[in-house]
Design a protein around this ligand. Sequence first.
Ligand SMILES: Cc1cc2nc3c(=O)[nH]c(=O)nc-3n(C[C@H](O)[C@H](O)[C@H](O)COP(=O)(O)O)c2cc1C
Length: 192
Amino acid sequence: MKLLHIDSSALGANSATRELSAAIVARWQAQVPGLSTEYRDLDSDPVPHLTGQALAGNDAAAAVESERVLQQFLDADVVVLGAPMYNFSIPSTLKAWIDRIAVAGRTFRYTAQGPEGLAKGKRVIVASARGGLHEGAPSDFQEPYLRFLLGFLGITSVEFIRAEGIAMSPQHRSDAMAAAHAAIGEPLAKAA
Ligand SMILES: Cc1cc2nc3c(=O)[nH]c(=O)nc-3n(C[C@H](O)[C@H](O)[C@H](O)COP(=O)(O)O)c2cc1C
């Protein structure tokens, strides 16, 4: 079984999502024998933004890197995504990665009946953190976006481990982090 671990927080050692994504991955590594793990830190090792040159296939180096990122995603059975809320959405580094994995003909296609996701059978666990409270609010363009995008790619098993209100007070932060750690599920149990 292959696990792909992605972090995107720009807050380094103070990052809530890095702490949570690491805890999720550690749980999987402890409980799933033979699990192979690949890691990409999109803050220190960002995927370049998609450009017209890259889309047109005029940049050979970009094409190789793009294919590597896509194949790494396609190969993964489980993807653990560290996805903070930045400006009500996700970090641009994570969006740049998504632009490389959402590829027509590879992870989705359009048919006469509408779009079809081609990245079926994966499980995605998102480590989410937000400074304020956004669950179910119109300000949330982070979790609904990720859920929709992953569903569009054909992924039906998507789980959020969420720490909200991180910036409201130190007590809010420690309570939210404790609750998020407690919510980390058993690796081989089915997502809700
Ligand atoms: C650049 C930036 C933008 C942010 N934008 C929002 C926001 O729109 N709404 C919010 O509730 N919190 C916002 N926050 C707070 C983060 O969501 C919060 O610090 C969370 O812990 C980020 O996850 P991380 O610690 O893993 O980076 C922002 C933080 C940063 C650094």
